[in-house]
Write a protein that binds this ligand. Structure first.
Ligand code: DC
Length: 247
C-alpha cells in the first residue's frame, strides 16, 4: 500500500493564490476558506507588518524614521506559521498573535510599511514562505510584487462604508464595545489612502487579477465566487498542461 495522500480533483497542490485588496474587504476570511477548500496553507502577510510595528512601538521609535526602523528590522526576527483559523506570529520567538490586532498596531503597521527597506525585507521572507507553492497568500502587493507569477490573483474590494460596517460588527462580537462606525470608516479611509498612495508597491490590482467586489454580496456568495475563480484557473491550467498520451 502506498501512503500517498489522495489528491482531491480540485486540489491546488503546488499552486500560489494571491489575494490583495484594501483593509476590511474580507481577505482573511476568503483566504481561509480558499485554503480549506483547496488544501492550501493560508499566509496573512499583514500580520508580519503588524508584528514589526509592535516591535517599533515597544521600542518607542518614531514611525517616520526610515533609518531607525531599518536598523531595528536588522535585529528583528519575524516568523509566520499557518494555522486553521488564523496565523501564528512569532516576534523574536514571542507569540504575539493576540497583540497585533488593536487600533494602535493597525495604524502603525500601515505607517512602517511605506518604507522600501522594510518592504524588501518582508517581501523576501514572504517569497521564502511561499516558495514551495500550495499557498494562498493575502496582503496588498502579493500579485504585483511578492508573486507576480502567482497562478491565480484575486483583488477583493468593497465600498468603504460597507467595509467599515463589517469591521464594526466584527469588533462588537463577544459583547465588546466597538468605536463608533463613522470613526472606523474614517480610519479605514486613512489607511486606504496611505496603502494606495505610497511610492513603493502601492495597493493596486495586478493587471491580470480578477476583480471581486463584495459590496453587495454576502460572505457565502463571496466565498462561492472566489472558489469558482480558483477552480476555473486550475481547470484551465490542467487542460493546457495535461500530457498527451499516445494510444
Ligand atoms: O492586512 P492587514 O490589515 O493586517 O495589514 C496591515 C498593514 O500592513 C496594512 O495597512 C498595510 C500593510 N501591508 C502591506 O503593506 N503589504 C502587505 N502585503 C500586507 C500588509
Amino acid at each position: 500500500m502506498t501512503a500517498e495522500p489522495m489528491r482531491k480533483p480540485d486540489s491546488g497542490a503546488g499552486i500560489i493564490v494571491a489575494i490583495d485588496g484594501p483593509a476590511g474587504a474580507g481577505k482573511s476570511t476568503i483566504a481561509r476558506e480558499l485554503a480549506r477548500h483547496f488544501g492550501l496553507l493560508n499566509l496573512e502577510t499583514g500580520a508580519m507588518y503588524r508584528a514589526f510595528a509592535l516591535r517599533a512601538l515597544r521600542k518607542g521609535l518614531p514611525l517616520d524614521r526610515a533609518g531607525a526602523l531599518e536598523t531595528l528590522a536588522a535585529e528583528t526576527s519575524i516568523r509566520l506559521e499557518p494555522g486553521d483559523e488564523e496565523n501564528r506570529v512569532l516576534l523574536d520567538g514571542e507569540d504575539v498573535t493576540g497583540l497585533i490586532r488593536n487600533p494602535m498596531v493597525t495604524d502603525a503597521a500601515s505607517r512602517v510599511s511605506v518604507f522600501p527597506a522594510i518592504r524588501a525585507w518582508m517581501v523576501s521572507l514572504q517569497q521564502q514562505l511561499g516558495a514551495q507553492g500550495g499557498v494562498v497568500m493575502e496582503g496588498r502587493d502579493i500579485g504585483t510584487v511578492v508573486f507576480p507569477h502567482a497562478n491565480v490573483k484575486i483583488f477583493l474590494d468593497a465600498a468603504p462604508e460597507v467595509r467599515g460596517q463589517r469591521r464594526y460588527q466584527q469588533l462588537g462580537r463577544n459583547g465588546a464595545m466597538p468605536p463608533p462606525a463613522d470613526e472606523i470608516v474614517r480610519d479605514l479611509r486613512a489607511r486606504d489612502d496611505r496603502d494606495r498612495n505610497r511610492a513603493d508597491s502601492p495597493l493596486k490590482p495586478a493587471a491580470d487579477a480578477v476583480l471581486l467586489d463584495s459590496t453587495n454580496l454576502s460572505l457565502d456568495e463571496v466565498v462561492a465566487a472566489a472558489v469558482q475563480i480558483v477552480a476555473r484557473r486550475l481547470a484551465a491550467a490542467d487542460s493546457t498542461s495535461a500530457p498527451v498520451t499516445p494510444k
